[in-house]
Design a protein around this ligand. Sequence first.
Ligand code: RFL
Ligand code: PHB
Length: 405
Amino acid sequence: MMGAIVALMTTSARTQVGIVGAGPAGLLLSHLLALRGIDSIVVENRSRAYCEARQRAGLLEAGSVELLRQVGLGVRMDAEGLEHGGIYLQFAGERHHLDFRDLTGGRWVTLWPQTEVVKDLIRARVAAGAQIEFEVSDTEVADQHTEAPVLRYTDAAGTRHEVTCDAIAGCDGFHGICRDSMPPGLLRVAEREYPYAWLGILATVPPSTDELIYSRHEDGFALHTMRTPQVSRLYLQVPADDEIERWSDDRIWSELQRRLGVPGWELKTGPITEKAVSPMRSFVATPMQWGRLFLAGDAAHIVPPTGAKGLNLAIADVTALATALVSLLRDHDPSAAAGYTETCLRRVWRATHFSWWMTTMLHIDPHQDQFGTELQLSQLRYVIASRAAATTLAENYTGYYPLRW
Ligand code: RFL
Ligand code: PHB
């Protein structure tokens, strides 16, 4: 009975921007808004520890790195992040180096894991006294089409809250609730499913390579990336419906050795501390805004990870969104907010094409015929032989559109 009474009590509050999701998109948005004097609340259904440990992306484009530095989040990244000026592309048993700095006039990428971006963001927001509510449940958004949209959630102690906002940001990832809170029939979705998945591992062993290795092999794609000088991250293409239980550590290492191996090179092995299978999908929903509800990051679009674009798109979306919300709420100028979808989608579609291109060039489709195989190999030979083709890969990989804040 007491429980029922407590559950019925709702506390009311007000803020300028209600943010759903404490992933990189939601946390960075809250940080950027605070720098321009706009208040926000972030609600997140997982715990802080879970958000800080979730293994995901690794690579930041040069523009994302520069933005994080500019907004005071670069100290640990500059000390501990690993700058990469290129990648290895491997196919037909040979490994080739692409030098991004040479191809793009000095651009690069930085390996700075999403876990660390999220830890730095949470620490900065908490130190600034920001309101981040972890372990909430029953998140709801309402009145999105009015100038006073409402965010409701139940906190970890069981109290129901209703926060009246000037705008709501749906930064709640692909499986969140905000996208589905838009009116049926408004959203148009363009998507593609791929007939394979990635098995990703984290292993306590120094990387066996100085740059990332993207390898097309007859048995499937493999990627060697890293986290620190002591920790490696590796991925294997596996069937779309594969189960992690079928992959013993020994089987994983021998498959990686086969797909990544070239004469004279040795893959170092070590204890595997994490392994998981992730599906691969391209998905773009439009519009990214309805009234005062704005979607950002994976809530609006996802890409297969072969192009390393997802985190970078989330950063770019919220940079545009913060600018739009500052104009709307502080300067009463709605034009940037009205153009938000268009601003984001230009970059999103470039990244969507690039990620699809990298994915289909490097993976083995189970239904692939000789024609498909020859096209892949021809494209790969062209990329390593033609400076124009290599530059196309390099300028997309390092980030094509400049990021402005
Ligand atoms: P997130 O990180 O999914 O965060 C959304 C947050 O919202 C919370 N949430 C809710 N909170 C409250 N109420 C609800 N109803 C809620 N529903 C959900 C969730 O708990 C979560 O905390 O989305 P965000 O912020 O848009 O960030 C996107 C990135 O996480 C994602 O794009 C990247 O990780 C993708 N990605 C990569 N991106 C890169 O830029 N470079 C890479 O190298 C790269 N590698 C990868 C990747 C993603 C991978 N997986 C597992 C999908 C490698 C992999 C294997
Ligand atoms: C990673 O480091 O996890 C990573 C790097 C490059 C990719 C995907 C994932 O394309």
